[in-house]
Design a protein around this ligand. Structure first.
Ligand code: DNO
Length: 406
């Protein structure tokens, strides 16, 4: 696979010159300063693309060309926003960029409760605690029906989440509450979706307003809105050779009373068959999928490799109580060695990035985006490059990064 890296643009503390040194071939990025819903112009795309090419790399994948909330909940302006989306696709294609990662998660993109959870080896990782998330939902967001939903979730998991929440409540401090809000809806969101930003004064209020836009939207309705969006853009994708890759929901189960529709085998099957067009494909995010105990990640890869146009390599560990954390790239539920075999066989040119990495060896004081450390991701990238070189030799694929002087 093509060794790519998610880079957040010219303000990213990790520079392209640094990435060149660690074997990165392609860049995954977006025009992060264009507000959601606006057209990405050819000039702006070309300017960033040219900048990347000066470093001997290419702009391999757009992550993300965001789908506006109004398209997801079928607001009155969705057709206008879909037209803008199509125009951005045409402009990207005219500049030679043909792979788009996007997601269809309502309001909240990915969710974690702790961004610095200690690992036994002294590094830290991202962590999702059901009881802390439930506390946020019930006592901070104050969502109607939240307690009943968590009661049921606890029952289904064989875990007394509500007692854990009450225990948390008795120990809670304003600082801890603030941190939880920051982790769940600010620090993990601003840089990916732009819905809520670090300098928003009332993130909770803003979040409630966004959530209310989805009142009454069921899983079926959200699926219907996704089908509508995909059918509307497919002719443009065919015309300009654009490959859409939906990112699975992270975590892969419904949260905050909002439906999630890219979480498991059945969802993926629905998505790829409802709009059965090769331009409607998948970002195979092994990390998001492995956070769901219901997912057998290797089996999913075997089944859907032929419709995956972009791969995220990462692996989660699920604890006995159901909480999950991000494991090392050589551990956890996603067998990255086997995934590398499957995808290398499928297409050795497929763009792949290591996803989140550990925070380690000083990463913690550098102010990187949550999950997007430098040393931790570089360590993971080294491991994955080794896996790929080995798998390539096994498969007789010509390894594209020989030693410098070969
Ligand atoms: C978090 C990521 C997500 C993902 C987008 C894709 O690190 O997995 O932000 O990139 O949802 O649209």
């Amino acid at each position: 696979m093509e060794r790519t890296w998610r880079w957040f643009g010219k303000n990213d503390k990790i520079t392209l010159a640094m990435l060149k040194q660690i074997g990165v071939e392609g860049i995954v990025t977006a025009l992060h300063d264009v507000p959601n819903g606006e057209v990405w112009t050819r000039e702006r795309i070309n300017e960033l693309k040219t900048y990347i090419e000066q470093f001997g790399m290419r702009w391999s994948v757009v992550e993300s060309l965001p789908v506006s909330e109004s398209i997801k909940y079928a607001g009155p302006d969705r057709d206008r926003l879909i037209d803008n989306y199509k125009q951005s696709l045409r402009n990207l294609s005219a500049e030679g960029i043909h792979t788009i990662c996007y997601n269809f998660m309502p309001v909240l993109d990915w969710a974690r409760t702790d961004l610095n959870h200690p690992n036994p080896n002294g590094s830290t990782n991202l962590y999702f605690s059901f009881s802390e998330f439930a506390y946020f939902d019930i006592y901070i967001l104050g969502r109607q029906n939240a307690a009943a939903d968590w009661e049921k979730m606890g029952h289904d998991m064989g875990r007394d989440i509500m007692s854990e929440v009450e225990k948390l409540k008795s120990d809670m401090t304003p600082e801890r509450e603030h941190k939880l809000v920051d982790n769940i809806i600010v620090k993990t969101q601003g840089f990916v979706s732009g819905n809520i930003k670090e300098d928003d004064e009332h993130p909770i209020e803003l979040f409630r307003q966004l959530r209310d836009l989805y009142k009454g939207i069921t899983k079926e309705q959200l699926r219907e809105n996704m089908r509508y969006f995909l059918e509307a853009i497919m002719p443009t994708c065919e015309e300009c050779g654009m490959y859409m890759c939906v990112h699975p929901d992270d975590p892969p189960f419904p949260i905050l009373g909002l439906p999630r529709i890219v979480t498991c085998d059945e969802d993926i099957k629905w998505l790829l068959s409802t709009v059965d067009n090769p331009h409607n494909g998948l970002t195979f995010c092994a990390g998001s999928l492995s956070a769901g105990a219901h997912n057998d990640v290797v089996a999913l890869a075997r089944k859907y490799a032929s419709r995956s146009w972009f791969v995220h390599l990462r692996s989660c560990h699920i604890f006995h109580n159901g909480d999950f954390t991000e494991a090392s790239h050589l551990g956890g539920r996603a067998d990255i060695i086997e995934l590398a075999r499957i995808f290398e066989k499928q297409n050795p040119q497929l763009p792949m990035r290591v996803d989140h990495g550990m925070t380690m060896l000083g990463d913690e004081s550098r102010g990187y985006n949550a999950g997007y450390s430098f040393l931790g991701r570089m360590f993971a990238m080294g491991q994955v490059q080794g896996i790929l070189a080995t798998v390539d030799r096994e498969l007789g694929i010509d390894y594209r990064q020989p030693g410098f002087f070969d």
